[in-house]
Ligand binder design. Sequence first.
Ligand SMILES: *Cc1c(COP(=O)(O)O)cnc(C)c1O
Length: 401
Amino acid sequence: MNNKTLLKIANDFGSPVYVYDADKITSQYERLTKAFQNVKQLRLNYAVKALSNISVLKLFNFLGSGLDTVSIQEVQLGLRAGFKPENIIYTPNGVSLEEIENVAKLGVQINIDNLSILEQFGTKHPNIPVCIRINPHVMAGGNTNISVGHIDSKFGISIHQIPLLLRIVENTQMNINGIHMHTGSDILDIDVFLYASEILFETAKSFNHLEFIDFGSGFKVPYKSGDIETNVEELGKKLSKRFNEFCKDYGKELTLAFEPGKFLVSEAGVFLAKVNVVKQTTSTVFAQIDSGFNHLIRPMLYGSQHEITNISNPKGRERFYSVVGYICETDTFANNRRINEIKEGDILCFKNAGAYCFTMASNYNSRYRPAEVLLYKGKPHLIRKRETFDDIIHNQLEIAI
Ligand SMILES: *Cc1c(COP(=O)(O)O)cnc(C)c1O
């Protein structure tokens, strides 16, 4: 997506706006598929929560992807986008038995991550096949916000509870058809990931009717220069080999599943916002844009660094800016960042805005959430209208006061 295209999109659709590149999503999907070409049955289930626009889901359906969902609403979106229920896996955490039963009724693969619900579900519905989410207690990344496999994590059934898990399965006669792990959002070290996989293989041996093993996600993409990217080709080679060996020992060809979100869509997206004010204080030059953490919360929530370029003046001399928003709250996108000289009215482009950006947007300060545009077959398509005042007031009820 070149600057000219992006400037035209900001001009035609207004700002702020999220823009996604269908070609980049496609190439990431194909890259991952190719990395695991030696596995006979591979399933990539795109993690809807990263970017849940229905047009993006339709693209994934077209590519042959499945879906990983965490709520019944994401399941409904997937079905609306045309996915077959059997190509959707539902991996909730801490939801009610009732919601799980309602998703099961839709024919979607259930993945259960605690023993309490497992026992209740197995007792009531012993014939519905269930996948179980295991916590292998392996730290990925090192930032506890995004490492979900460690000992105090709320996710998954601890490997130390396998004896109790097996007893529940035996008592209820339920059918466990898959096992799953998702250790966090960053595979920094392939060997750590392979180590966790060995724990999953070991656990898998206790179940006789498996159809798939789901290795979750955690594929890392670079955000700023110097960041490491998961070497999916190397991971593909090593894990495929081990997986094929395991299937031989197990005596059955299983499906290898992954559920990447960030890897598939992060780099495909940019966020465009307009500079309202350039404000010089005693110590800092602020560039204030027509947005805030209500539209892109990752820098404030996780300390994420999104690269920012001034696409209105890409050749201008570089100066230092703090890029902040317009909401009444500290909403810093970048501190003391070197950016081509900024004038009021310029359009700034935030990279890596495909994953966990729009989906985390809110109406804080009663602002509208941004529009979304998909560049598909060389043309920009509006895939979400900018909100209007009607959206703000829609569910509010005025009582007589
Ligand atoms: C969020 C999530 C994913 C996707 O993680 P990424 O880091 O975006 O690839 C996969 N599986 C589960 C269960 C998740 O909750």
